[in-house]
Design a protein around this ligand. Structure first.
Ligand code: FES
Ligand SMILES: [Fe+2]
Length: 357
């Protein structure tokens, strides 16, 4: 029996183990690892296994029959990343000796011993996986194998009739997810960072607004005359229109923004900042809108990319790279209500004051 030749040492432990070369403080990692994050777009899967990282944990994502498997990206045989392998209908095939791993991470084929039994414990470590908003979500330290209501952030209007669902390609930001999130929630930078896309250099004043605590984080309704139509698109402006931007911040790293355009037009943007490590963030951005639904998606992708690149340049330059949760460590202005609420929320989660490595 092959089973006799298998050392227990190759079986992955179920207890949480910090990833090698973890860039987070161990206590912060254990708190963050209990949350769900997107790790790939569903449309990336199919022809090849997808390799990625979450909180420094290397992951491989593959299909096995109808199942999407999120697993540790290491073959339990001799430690080769499974993401170097190939995708078949039955699962992922390791590049080194061709062991195949299928549903539940179980090894289903050993080419060198094709007729021997394969012990059930010959499997990769897997994590739960859920597909939502066109994204694959996972959690490294889940309470249960499937998400409880609220584990995966709710996106307004995604399933509403008349709304188009758009999954923008992700972008990598070489900065910390907390800094990126804070930038998404920031309403004082439009007149300086986004003047080539939608901002107005002559409209920098931030009217007072409130950040209201919720069970998931906080929300803020921000009213201003800063429009959201792309610059250069003629005939769409409504003079003196008062725009509502409704932010919902879900701790730690996801937010939604519902922008109330003139009339009943709505655009919802989800900012899901997936922490690859403490120094790299993969930003996923599903959107929903009930206008311009017949226009080419590529135009939305391109415009969104330009906006996020404007933000990326700032986030990658910020010092320190981490997010200081001690209110005394950076200066604040009245427009920072959301930023202060965000930092307070992260502090209340028990994260380090100087967050993170
Ligand atoms: S290392 Fe993967 S099959 Fe041997
Ligand atoms: Fe921005």
């Amino acid at each position: 029996m092959l089973q006799d030749a298998v050392s227990p040492a190759i079986v992955w432990p179920n207890e949480p183990v910090l990833p090698r070369n973890c860039t987070f403080e161990p206590d912060d990692w254990a708190i963050l690892a209990k949350h769900w994050y997107p790790v790939a777009m569903a449309r990336e899967l199919g022809s090849a296994p997808v390799g990625t990282k979450l909180l420094d944990q290397p992951l491989v994502i593959y299909r096995a029959g109808g199942e999407t498997v999120v697993a540790a990206d290491i073959c339990p045989h001799r430690g080769v990343p499974l993401s170097l392998g190939t995708q078949t209908d039955e699962g992922v095939v390791c590049a080194y000796h061709g062991l195949r791993f299928g549903a539940g991470g179980r090894c289903t084929h050993v080419p060198a011993s094709p007729t021997r039994d394969i012990p059930d414990r010959m499997r990769t470590q897997t994590f739960p996986s859920v597909e939502r908003y066109g994204l694959i979500w996972t959690c490294l330290l889940p309470e249960a194998d499937s998400p409880a209501p609220g584990d995966i952030v709710a996106m307004p209007h995604w399933d509403d009739a008349g709304f188009q669902q758009i999954v923008c390609p992700w972008i990598d930001i070489f900065g910390f997810a907390g800094r990126q999130m804070e930038g998404f929630l920031d309403v004082a930078h439009f007149a300086f960072v986004h003047t080539d896309t939608f901002g107005d250099a002559n409209n920098a004043e931030v009217p007072l607004y409130k950040a209201v605590r919720t069970d998931y984080g906080f929300e803020a309704e921000y009213w201003s005359t800063v429009g959201n139509y792309p610059i250069g698109v003629e005939g769409r402006g409504v003079p003196d229109f008062n725009w509502l931007r409704h932010f919902r911040c879900h701790l730690p790293f996801t937010a939604t923004l519902t922008i109330h355009f003139p009339g009943t037009d709505r655009l919802v943007i989800m900012n899901a900042a997936s922490p690859v490590s403490a120094k790299v963030t993969r930003l996923f951005a599903p959107m929903a809108r009930n206008f311009d639904t017949d226009l080419p998606l590529q135009d939305v992708y391109d415009f969104n990319l330009r906006v996020f690149h404007e933000d990326k340049a700032i986030v990658e330059a910020q010092m320190p790279e981490c997010l200081p949760l001690d209110p005394m460590m950076e200066a604040h202005i009245p427009a920072d209500m959301s930023s202060l609420a965000y930092r307070r929320g992260l502090r209340d989660m028990g994260l380090s004051r100087f967050f993170t490595a």
